[in-house]
Design a protein around this ligand. Structure first.
Ligand SMILES: Cc1ncc(COP(=O)(O)O)c(C=O)c1O
Length: 415
């Protein structure tokens, strides 16, 4: 297998040509040219309302279905209609919680983690308050900074209905063992809801292997547009009530959970993500099924990402006064290159402001994982400094960042 051709990769992302080092990819990634081209193609050639009997409407409808089938393949869904499309992960998780609400009774229990983005906490907390259910919190161990399975075991009970967790933390970068969690939740009769927003840019999603019952992420973090998918097991989706008009019945999936028109052009644009992954996998010499070819692309991304992540982590491990908030090393498969740190006695904002001036985009704050930042006592410091790497970043960019951080940290610690 040959290595990733980084020059070719970067050509597929026109925004990268401006020389700015984009290292806030967990906030939003660069967008692929094939994605933008498909969106424009759809808008310019197929912008008619779907569902009519005339030819162009039928053709446009076929394009939107093609998009859903492409997303289904990208995530390894069994049936394309298991893919509920929507504007954002936040929106889709609110839809899901609303649809699950009628089945929750007083005495039922829902478990959330305190390391998730608020998108996968708040809806469950509100649902518990509305339905008289109990909210339990699975907290990261303050020493290991991991969600420990032993702690989960003390929370699970015969009353557990839902466990909501993240596949990878958008602060810690750790990949959580969702398949093992799924086994434990299913053993007590509960359902697992997984937020994969911080995971999907770095590993090929496989909803079946994840063990989850519901699985959601946003395409604007995965080289696509502001659009998202919520996957649910077919039989579970069918059991949910319709949130759509009264004449859209319970059996009409996914439409019953997509009230209003979908964004057709953004759906169609998402095919460009798979186009790209298959192009890269093929160039790397892979000749298998579409998913095997996409897996080859992600394998090469992981090698590149780990190299860049280790460059930064090696610096941070040695730098005076720096504390990495997460695993200090790239370990086998269980860390994505989203790297957070704080510097003793220095506001995180001050560091980022200095880096801004070097045409490098990183970020500070709580990244809407507010409970985690508060639990770790990092709120007074303005949260963490976060560097989030994508496979299209370069070693040169990491060297520039490390030089810049070194100067900023030395100066701010003196002042
Ligand atoms: C881990 C995680 N979950 C959920 C979200 C929310 O995604 P969206 O903006 O699509 O609602 C984000 C956004 O940053 C995130 O990082």
């Amino acid at each position: 297998m040959t290595a990733l051709d980084i020059d070719y990769v970067r050509l597929q992302f026109p925004a990268l040509a401006d020389g700015f080092a984009y290292l806030d990819n967990a906030g939003g990634s660069a967008v692929l040219k094939p994605v933008a081209e498909r969106i424009s193609q759809y808008l310019l050639n197929h912008a008619v309302q779907l569902g009519a009997s005339y030819g162009p409407s039928q053709q446009a409808g076929a394009k939107v279905l093609e998009a859903r089938a492409s997303v289904a393949q990208l995530i390894n869904a069994v049936h394309p209609e298991e893919c509920v499309m929507g504007g954002s992960t936040t929106h889709l998780l609110q839809i899901l919680a609303r649809a699950i609400a009628p089945s929750i009774q007083p005495g039922d229990e829902i478990i959330v983690t305190h390391s998730d983005h608020e998108a996968n906490i708040g809806p469950w907390q509100r649902l518990c308050a509305e339905r008289g259910a109990t909210l339990k919190v699975w907290s990261v161990d303050v020493d290991s900074l991991e969600l420990e399975l032993a702690d989960l075991d003390t929370l699970l009970s015969a009353n557990t209905r839902v466990l909501a967790m993240t596949h990878a933390s958008n602060i810690l970068g750790s990949v959580n063992p969702v398949a093992e969690v799924a086994r434990r939740v299913h053993a007590v009769g509960g359902k697992l809801v997984v937020d994969a927003v911080a995971y999907a840019p770095h590993r090929l999603v496989d909803v079946q292997a994840s063990g989850a019952d519901y699985y959601v992420f946003s395409f604007y973090k995965v080289f696509g547009p502001h659009f998202a998918v919520l996957w649910g097991k077919r039989e579970l989706l069918l059991a949910l009530p319709s949130l759509n008009h009264f004449f859209i019945g319970q059996d009409v999936i996914p439409y019953k959970l997509q009230p209003g028109n979908l964004n057709y052009e953004l759906s169609y644009g998402c095919i460009g993500i798979s186009d790209y992954l298959q192009d890269i996998g093929t160039r790397l010499g892979s000749q298998g099924t579409a998913r095997q070819v996409m897996q080859a692309a992600f394998d090469a991304f992981e090698v590149q990402e780990n190299l860049l992540a280790e460059t930064l982590l090696a610096y941070l491990r040695e730098a005076h006064g720096v504390r990495i908030i997460g695993k200090p090393r790239v370990t086998a498969g269980d860390r994505v290159p989203t790297i957070s740190f704080v510097v003793d006695g220095v506001q995180s904002e001050a560091i980022v402001r200095q880096v801004d001036t070097a045409r490098i985009g990183i970020r500070f704050g709580d990244f809407y994982a507010r409970h985690l930042i508060e639990a770790l006592g990092l709120a007074p410091q303005g949260g963490v400094v976060r560097v989030s790497i994508a496979h299209y970043n370069t070693l040169d960019e990491m060297t520039r960042l490390v030089d810049c951080l070194d100067r900023a940290i030395a100066q701010l610690r003196r002042s």
